[in-house]
Design a protein around this ligand. Structure first.
Ligand code: HEM
Ligand code: SF4
Length: 551
């Protein structure tokens, strides 16, 4: 876990004091909303369709029980009893009163949390693998580098007014669970032939109205060049990124318009000038930060827990939960437990204050006081003994948190859409709820297997529809809400942007259309082992088009 020093604590508290005064001046009418806007955006406070929304940073999705309890307390005391976990591993409160926001930030500062750089044209929360430090397929812990990048990018004086927001993601495992190729900078930890640690670097990935897969600019960036190289990329972007048109301001457009080779050259020139300066990352610093993330002291346990295996034989629900929501851990006898925030008919990513308290208790009792937020809007207990899974499951079940749907069709991402968002063309949450109800049957969901369905209420793509195996995009056609389907997107190590399959469907028909797509897959797959995305890649879109629109 990251650690605050005296400087961090002082700084965050000073920020709260300044914000208190800014809110006071807004409330007294001394500041207009327009004057207040840049000030509130420095502190994660957005204005949505009906109310203010506060986005709180959760560094690389990691938090402890005390912090989770504080989020529960805020949801209960200052909001409507729930919080919303987001695709960038943060949490949002949708209904805070403006007058309460300084106090909320004050209370967050008590537990080393804040909302700085969660909005605006700056470097945002660095995101990572939710199973970091735990996953069996990991070869280096990405949190160490995410933390180094966080320290470098927090209040970096040169990069607080970039042409547009800037997002960095990092993964250290074979399976990319952090969607690095759809970020402005994507980092994949790797080792060279001498066994030294470094990074594959991608630049210019992104979603929004012009989706692009990141382009590789380095096959191997040595560990100690991480900051100098990142700084070089940011400098080139800050200097040449477009400021004349906000729709063309992201680095992906710069990559596209300049050409990869020329841009790479610009980055390398900048890098040459700075690489041996103060940004060179000394080994001692990496070692020091590594200590923050030292693994908890795991007990020596057998690889297979006889207790869990026996309990699974007795309880089919537990067996199902174990087959979907447990992830292989690097320590024998341990597992990572995904807590689904996708109950059938619920709003994806929402958790009530009571649920947050329960989850905090579980982290303390069974999970070495650690919790993670996933970019798919779920929560994770990263280090749980296999033998404790039956008890954890029982407690989750008693609190409506035991949906065994991790990675299945009902485990979908959806943006807030027209229910909250002023930019929306269409509603997202009701569509997610209807699809989830249609596919409620557990047996059917498991028969369909791994399937990522993602829904956005407009082209800004907060719901990642471009990289859903099935994506749904809300569009407005002459006042009517229509939903367009894209197929074949993916955000893992084989990232691809989905293809629009044809004309959109009205709300009354979109769930049927999704069902038609799923049935077409089931009828055409080679066998149960062939996943939706593999089948789509083999078949192309024709069978799906024929089924949806007639041959
Ligand atoms: C309701 C208020 C929201 C507004 C007004 C809003 C606005 C936007 C806009 C304008 C973009 C496009 C930016 C660009 O391409 O340069 C965007 C992208 C994005 N937003 Fe939101 N958003 C909202 C809520 C959310 C929520 C709740 C989440 C997470 C669950 C989210 C996650 C994202 C992500 C992941 C992207 C896109 C990817 C990228 O940057 O390439 N947004 N948002
Ligand atoms: S995708 Fe559009 S509708 Fe959905 S939250 Fe983002 S801006 Fe709003």
């Amino acid at each position: 876990m990251y650690r605050y020093d005296e400087f961090d604590r002082d700084f965050v508290n000073q920020r709260v004091t300044q914000f208190e005064d800014q809110v006071r001046r807004r409330m007294s009418g001394e500041l207009t909303e327009d004057e207040f806007k840049p000030l509130r955006l420095m502190n994660g406070l957005y204005l949505q369709l009906h109310a203010y929304m506060l986005r709180v940073a959760i560094p690389y999705g990691t938090l402890n029980a005390t912090q989770m309890r504080k989020l529960a307390h805020i949801a209960r005391t200052y909001d409507r009893g729930y919080g919303h976990f987001t695709t960038r591993q943060n949490v949002q409160f949708n209904w805070p009163k403006l007058s309460d926001t300084p106090q909320i930030l004050r209370e967050l500062a008590d537990v080393e949390m804040h909302a700085i750089q969660t909005s605006g044209n700056c470097i945002r929360n660095v995101t990572s693998d939710q199973f970091a430090g735990a996953a069996a397929d990991e070869f280096a812990d990405p949190r160490v580098y995410a933390e180094i990048l966080r320290q470098w990018s927090s209040l970096h004086p040169e990069f607080l007014f970039l042409p547009r927001k800037f997002k960095i993601a990092i993964t250290g495992a074979e399976q990319d669970r952090a969607a690095v190729q759809v970020h402005d900078i994507g980092l994949q930890l790797t080792r060279n032939e001498d066994g030294e640690i470094g990074f594959v670097v991608f630049v210019g990935g992104g979603l929004g109205r012009t989706p692009m897969v990141g382009r590789k600019v380095r096959d191997f960036l040595p560990e100690n060049d991480l900051l100098a190289y990142s700084e070089a990329i940011l400098r080139v972007y800050n200097r040449y990124g477009r400021r004349d048109n906000k729709y063309k301001a992201r680095i992906k457009i710069l990559v596209h318009e300049t050409g990869l080779e020329e841009l790479k050259q610009d980055i390398e020139t900048e890098f040459e000038a700075t690489k041996n300066g103060i940004l060179n990352l000394p080994n001692e610093e990496v070692v020091r930060i590594n200590e923050y993330f030292a693994p908890p002291s795991f007990d020596a346990l057998p690889k297979i827990s006889t207790e869990l295996e026996a309990a699974k034989r007795e309880d089919r629900d537990l067996a199902l939960f174990s087959s979907r929501n447990l992830h292989a851990h690097k320590a024998e006898g341990y597992t990572s437990v995904t807590i689904s925030l996708k109950p059938i008919g619920g709003a994806p990513g929402d958790a009530t204050a009571d649920q947050m308290d329960v989850i905090a208790d579980l982290a303390e009792r069974f999970g070495h006081n650690e919790l993670r937020v996933t970019h798919e809007q779920n929560l994770v207990l990263p280090h749980v003994k296999l033998q404790d899974v039956p008890t954890v499951f029982k407690i989750l079940k008693a609190n409506d948190l035991a949906d065994s749907n991790a990675g299945l069709i009902t485990d979908m991402i959806a943006c807030p859409g027209l229910d909250y968002c002023a930019l929306a063309n269409a509603r997202s949450i009701p569509i997610a709820q209807e699809i989830s109800k249609r596919f409620e049957a557990v047996k059917r969901q498991n028969e369909i297997g791994d399937l990522k369905l993602k829904i956005s209420g407009c082209i800004n793509a907060c719901g990642h529809h471009h990289v859903g195996h099935i994506g749904i995009l809300g569009v407005d056609r002459k006042g009517e809400e229509l939903y367009q389907i894209t197929l074949g997107g993916s955000a893992d190590q084989n990232t691809s942007i989905g293809k629009i399959i044809g004309r959109g469907f009205p709300e009354a028909e979109i769930t049927d259309a999704v069902e038609t797509v799923v049935d077409t897959y089931l009828a055409n797959r080679l066998d149960e082992e062939e996943s939706f995305i593999d089948a789509y890649r083999r078949l192309g879109d024709q069978p799906f088009k024929d089924a949806l629109y007639g041959a």
